[in-house]
Design a protein around this ligand. Structure first.
Ligand SMILES: NC(=O)c1ccc[n+]([C@@H]2O[C@H](COP(=O)([O-])OP(=O)(O)OC[C@H]3O[C@@H](n4cnc5c(N)ncnc54)[C@H](OP(=O)(O)O)[C@@H]3O)[C@@H](O)[C@H]2O)c1
Length: 302
């Protein structure tokens, strides 16, 4: 399998990268989309040393910038003829205050959702060329809402609101993509939302303020957290299972409990077709990118 992982230099993305790099006699190729060349190269070295897998590469992209996303898309097509999977994972977590990106968006909205909306749509053609069954796994959590009147959270901001709004947006996107692809007979790509049921001990520990760090360190002592490697082991089947099995999960929100994947009942607001279409339209307008709009139009015209 050839898998692109956004935000693979830390946390859950790194956990999946480590497990996939070592799995199945190091058969899998991993492309890490990351914003730091230094961290990306260090990860290649770490995975080479630990697993001897020499099929690890990086694509540099800061998801706060559409210019970077567009460049990364071009680089992906220059370097790769197909993709078997994408892990839409990169995310901004804790932040002390609202950050506006140079493209003029709330940073949580752009990094966790909008830039990855653009990336996903533009990489669908590579997934269509997969011989093993293209799939997109979205790292999501349940709950949250779209702030239709204040999507950039200029009136009311908190980092939790930013994270949760992006989660809902990703879930709406995956359900819409699933629906559109089911309507296209010969296109078999699966779109799956995965929620990790335990908290992963990620790089967030180094970002949160001191008082929170003391609290979570205590929680770690009581076994509340799992390691990034354990998270990778849980998620691995979603990236390597057969196309048939992957397609059965497409369009759903799942978690891992009692040693198996389980469905989570999706919110009616997320399943609402009108709301999905509304968010899709707004996202396209905000991307204001000719290529992304052409891709979206190509679905409407079928
Ligand atoms: N940890 C959990 O228990 C948990 C549970 C449910 C969902 N999640 C979700 O999982 C995702 C990953 O979180 P995590 O806990 O693994 O956090 P993390 O350790 O902080 O990792 C976040 C990853 O996203 C990357 N990233 C952040 N901003 C970026 C940008 N502007 N451009 C490109 N990449 C960027 C980071 O790059 P750098 O390495 O350069 O910082 C890092 O690789 C998030 O969406 C989070 O909400 C986490």
């Amino acid at each position: 399998m050839k898998v692109l992982i956004t935000g693979g230099t830390n946390g859950m993305g790194k956990g999946v990268a480590k497990v996939l790099a070592d799995a199945d006699n190091q058969a899998h190729e991993i492309v890490i989309l990351c914003r730091s060349k230094e961290l990306g190269e260090a990860l290649i070295k770490e995975l080479n040393d630990e697993t001897s897998n020499n099929k690890i590469s990086i694509i540099l992209c800061d998801l706060t910038k559409f210019s970077d996303v567009k460049r990364a898309i071009i680089e992906m097509y220059e370097k790769h003829e197909f993709l078997d999977g994408i892990f839409i994972n990169a995310g901004l977590g804790y932040a002390a205050k609202r950050i506006e990106t140079e493209d003029g968006f709330d940073a949580h909205f752009q990094v966790n959702y909008l830039s990855q909306f653009m990336l996903t749509l533009n990489l669908l053609d590579l997934l269509k060329k997969s011989k093993k069954g293209g799939r997109v796994i979205f790292n999501v959590t349940r709950r949250g809402e779209i702030f239709w009147d204040d999507m950039q959270m200029e009136k009311k901001w908190s980092y939790e609101r930013g994270i949760h709004q992006a989660m809902v947006a990703k879930r709406m996107l995956l359900v819409k993509l699933h629906r559109m692809f089911r309507e296209i007979e010969d296109s078999k790509i699966s779109f799956i939302g995965f929620e990790i049921s335990k908290t992963v001990w990620s790089n967030q520990i180094n970002i949160i303020p001191g008082y929170m760090r003391i609290m979570v360190t205590l929680m770690k002592f009581f076994g509340t957290f799992i390691s990034i490697e354990e998270c990778g082991r849980i998620m691995k089947p979603l990236f390597v299972e057969s196309q048939q099995d992957s397609l059965k999960r497409s369009g759903t929100l799942i978690t891992w409990k009692k040693n198996q994947f389980m469905d989570i009942k999706e919110d009616l607001a997320v399943l609402n077709k009108e709301m999905q279409d509304k968010l899709w339209k707004i996202s396209l307008e905000l991307c204001a990118d000719e290529k992304t709009n052409q891709i979206a139009e190509s679905f409407q015209n079928r």
